[in-house]
Design a protein around this ligand. Sequence first.
Ligand code: BYC
Length: 333
Amino acid sequence: MATAHQPPSTAPHHTAAGAADTAALESAFDAAVAADERIEPRDWMPDAYRSTLVRQMAQHAHSEIIGMQPEANWITRAPSLRRKAILMAKVQDEAGHGLYLYSAAETLGASRDDLLDKLHSGRQKYSSIFNYPTLTWADVGAIGWLVDGAAITNQVPLCRCSYGPYARAMVRVCKEESFHQRQGYELLLALSRGTPAQHAMAQDAVDRWWWPSLMMFGPPDAESSHSEQSMTWKIKRHSNDELRQRFVDICVPQAESLGLTLPDPDLRWNEERGHHDFGAIDWTEFWSVLKGNGPCNEQRITQRRRAHEEGAWVREAAAAYATKNSERKEATA
Ligand code: BYC
């Protein structure tokens, strides 16, 4: 962005001259956003823009690392070596996505320890979808097809997010997610074309994951507290309902090719709208999951806290190694 570089949150507000400076910085920021320029870490930005980004990116990072758990549940029970290798690679990719996103949040002055502390203490959210259990092997396919499919629908527009580091992280994340989506589709197709019992298992997984996948896009626009401001700032490019509709339209023909049924009797093509109509989402369930009352909320957070505690020695060893290395470099410089 072609405006003054400023360290984070240093705009002086307390004098008339300070207020004029802030107004000038604000209008330069607004003009850069309007012109579709990228905002970079050292550019001046309103405090609320910074905190909105930290909130969304942290929630996104937390989702990636909590999202490893439901699928990791099946690594030891994958039906073949090939399936096991694919699933391990996918779960590792999710860890990588979490790392890019925590790093991107750090460019805004957030501390990774603080973000993790907020996740562990329930002060920051992660996606509702990961509070549902993975009961059968077919759930791995349903997650790939539907959950990664929903994630891509939501994240492709984030590649054009106004904040540079987030937008750039999303480019790589989306490439990997689209591989994940295909592996899920291919897995479900194999089951759907398999024995009657395998077909039934695939259908049961789609029945359980369909509605929670629609909830991933967030509350309806009328109840979305952040959408309007985030869209003005071009953090979000589309509303929650727009992306949800796009996802439904993408999934209907894919379900047909899979030979599986989406569990919604009200799902039908609306010629006038040029979109599929779909049934009412149970928003009571969504808000209840967000409050911590989903089937797996407690299990997910307990497991995450345990993993963090058990990994303390790795973090200490990595920090000691980094210090030793930088001391060595200084000594030889
Ligand atoms: N779950 O004003 P709204 C993945 C919260 S994919 C939990 O519409 P916003 C993966 C929201 O945070 C999943 N909370 O919010 C895939 C807000 O609460 P706070 C991660 C939700 O931010 C496969 C309140 O509800 N993807 O990682 O404008 C394998 C009001 O909502 C949810 C992302 O995070 C939800 N579903 O829009 C492994 C994408 N929906 O913060 C991993 C980036 C809403 O005021 N994020 N809330 O306490 C976004 O695009 C947006 O943050 C959302 C919500 C569309 C999710």
